[in-house]
Design a protein around this ligand. Structure first.
Ligand SMILES: [Zn+2]
Length: 157
């Protein structure tokens, strides 16, 4: 009686985060009905955040208009929070679809938000495996969580 959804969920970090009550363990900063925000466990830079639909969806056109709207709104809020907290010189914000395009998780799409600093690396790109001396994930989580909790309060107004 196992549903296809729970089979995929067991292998998918985004579905695990969507279903887990333990936000810290899954590095989840915010979760609502349609969207979740989590830290990348293998960050390219400090503050590397991912935004994904709660539903296990592979492509943008699998998502409902409400989910697409939430994804973009939360991505914008995340960029604002990371700007305030880390004051980076720039951002890479992007998505990879399918392993051929560099997606680490190919069947549950997600937006990468990667703060960048001038000179952080001449050769790094979001799709490379190069990583830049990130701070401890627990430190990042504790730093960002209050901002996302505050944002949630704002969302519910
Ligand atoms: Zn999934």
């Amino acid at each position: 009686l196992t549903s296809p959804r729970s089979e995929t969920a067991s292998a998918c970090i985004f579905c695990v985060a969507a279903e887990s009550p333990d936000h810290r363990q899954t590095l989840t900063l915010q979760r609502n009905e349609r969207v979740l925000v989590m830290l990348n466990r293998y960050p390219y830079t400090n503050g590397h955040v991912m935004i994904a639909p709660v539903a296990h969806e592979a492509r943008l056109f699998d998502s409902s208009p409400a989910s697409l709207s939430d994804i973009m709104r939360v991505t914008a809020e995340t960029q604002r929070i990371l700007s305030d907290v880390y004051q980076p010189d720039g951002f890479n914000i992007g998505m990879n679809f399918g392993s051929a395009a560099g997606a680490g998780v190919a069947d549950h799409y997600h937006v990468h938000v990667v703060p960048r600093w001038s000179g952080d690396s001449n050769f790094m790109s979001v799709t490379s495996r190069t990583r830049i001396v990130p701070e401890e994930l627990d430190v990042t989580y504790d730093k960002l969580l209050p901002y996302f909790q505050q944002k949630r309060a704002l969302d519910s107004r």
